[in-house]
Ligand binder design. Structure first.
Ligand SMILES: [Mn+2]
Length: 317
């Protein structure tokens, strides 16, 4: 790939942050560069939700909140937009009335976007979209390690008899052989389940669970150590359902559960994964109609920034 100086965000000393085009972090669009190392892409799709709809407006809300992101990440000591070419790839248009077709379209669009080595941070959209994104990742890298931040397991079998929903993507991914069953973790899980069998079936798929309470009791450092041991050098996909955060930190989401992680805990855990071989990531379930003062959108934009930064650090890995 050609070595060029990356085109960075719009200079906020000449164009104020609240002006100009609302690309992620005010970065260039994908059609303005020759090659992108990392692309942030929106998937405004929420036909797979089981409770509150509205995550189709997540990408626009996250972009709006991302205007305030600055180019240097002090905790990771990286300037992601200077060291790698990061772009906004816009939104992928999916059929809102046909989940099967939407999944097929997203898989082929993700494969096209990543064909030349570009790695994606995908902004949802509901959690249904993780399945086609994992299909695209596994096609490229083989079965991937998965770190799944979520209040919920999302390994249920069906809803109303339907196999493709926002509560089932990781069951399907497991059945399809997209996941490295030695390295699957849910983090931040909590709240009532349908029954004990949910946990037994989840364990049978190979998942380990670090509950929201575990993170609180063990602390970030011990949590990170355990996760890193499980992941090792495997290609890693990180899927962040913003409902992993407590409703105090993320009210703007479709299926909120009390007792969640803080945004500080989530960001600190992500930063602890700096040496991992991250190949792709998503942030899903931001539903801005239930948000207040952009609390959730700001948290989600920072999560996306940290994921972009991790990918930037892993350039050439
Ligand atoms: Mn989820």
């Amino acid at each position: 790939m050609p070595e060029q100086t990356p085109i960075g965000p719009v200079d906020s000393s000449t164009v104020p942050r609240f002006a100009g085009f609302a690309t992620f972090a005010r970065l260039p669009r994908i059609d303005q560069v020759e090659h992108a190392d990392v692309a942030v892409v929106g998937v405004p799709f929420d036909a797979g939700v089981s409770y509150r709809p509205g995550a189709r407006f997540g990408p626009a809300a996250l972009r709006e909140a991302s205007r305030l992101l600055r180019p240097y990440h002090p905790e990771l000591d990286v300037s992601p937009f200077a060291e790698t070419q990061v772009v906004d790839a816009g939104d992928i248009a999916l059929n809102p009335f046909n989940i099967g077709e939407a999944i097929e379209t997203l898989q082929s669009e993700a494969e096209a976007l990543t064909a030349n080595g570009t790695r994606l941070v995908t902004v949802g959209g509901d959690h249904t979209i993780a399945l086609p994104l994992l299909r695209a990742a596994a096609k490229k890298h083989g079965p991937v390690a998965l770190l799944h931040f979520d209040a919920h397991l999302d390994t249920w079998d069906t809803y109303f008899g339907e196999p493709y929903t926002h509560g089932t993507p990781f069951r399907r991914a497991s059945e399809e052989g997209l996941l490295d069953t030695e390295a699957l973790s849910h983090v931040g899980t909590r709240g009532p389940l349908y029954g004990k069998r949910d946990l037994e079936e989840d364990r049978r798929l190979g998942f380990g669970i670090v509950t929201s309470g575990d993170v609180m009791r063990r602390g970030v450092a011990e949590t990170v150590d355990a996760l890193r041991q499980r992941i090792g050098g495997r290609p890693l996909y990180i899927s962040v359902d913003i409902d992993v955060l407590d409703p105090a930190h993320a009210p703007g989401t479709g299926t909120p559960e009390a007792g969640g992680m803080t945004s500080r805990e989530l960001l600190e855990i992500l930063r602890g994964l700096r040496d991992c071989n991250l190949v792709g990531a998503d942030v899903v379930e931001l539903a801005p109609a239930y948000d207040h003062a952009e609390i959730t959108a700001i948290a989600a934009s920072h999560v996306a920034y940290d994921l972009v930064s991790l990918l930037s650090l892993g350039k050439g890995a």
